[in-house]
Design a protein around this ligand. Structure first.
Ligand code: COA
Length: 158
């Protein structure tokens, strides 16, 4: 069973050690860098929710959800919307359905509107990231035609 859990003193090193394959590194920053970005966001008015993704008791991935993200190049849909960033499943655990289950859990969490109301959830992905594209489209995300920092913007109505 997949669960989203807080980053803690106990699990932080295991989360930092999770990695994608070499050819996927172009798609996602390291988890250490992502947790650092969450700190910067939270000290500058943002609302980041960094999550370790667990399969039963095993950390297998990471994602950060944000609300009211600021300080980046942003698409028009960003204002007052939730955003999913830095989503990854470790290379040893990919292809087992964990990513799909984790995304369902993230959307369920976002639909509790933990940081405020919103109409939309958006995320950016690189055009050639076909695994991510297929996964997001199967949840109903649709590209809105915008490019953010070189990445396609795709949007889900909440
Ligand atoms: C994208 C990612 C999170 C998917 O995680 P995963 O656990 O491997 O995904 P799942 O096994 O749950 O598969 C979910 C869906 O993704 C798609 N998918 C996964 N691997 C794929 C592949 N190699 N080729 C094509 N589609 C693929 C499929 O649509 C699949 O659904 P299906 O099995 O019903 O066809 C994972 O590949 C990853 O960490 N990639 C590197 C980082 C990244 O690109 N993150 C996204 C940034 S926007």
């Amino acid at each position: 069973m997949i669960t989203l859990r807080k980053i803690t003193l106990d699990n932080r090193r295991a989360v930092f050690n999770l990695e994608v394959s070499e050819d996927q590194r172009q798609y996602v920053a390291s988890n250490l860098s992502s947790v650092a970005s969450c700190y910067v966001l939270s000290t500058n008015g943002g609302h980041p929710f960094p999550f370790a993704i667990y399969a039963d008791e095993q950390p297998v991935g990471f994602a950060m959800l944000t609300y009211g993200i600021t300080g980046y190049e942003l698409p028009s849909v960003a204002d007052g919307s939730y955003c999913i960033l830095r989503f990854m499943i470790d290379r040893h655990y990919q292809g087992r359905g964990y990513g799909r289950e984790a995304l369902a859990e993230m959307i369920k969490f976002i639909r509790t509107f933990p940081a405020g109301p919103a109409q939309l959830c958006w995320l950016p992905y690189k055009r050639d990231n076909t695994a991510a594209k297929k996964l997001y489209e199967s949840f109903g995300f649709q590209e809105n035609g915008e490019i953010c920092d070189g990445e396609q913007v795709t949007v889900l109505r909440l």
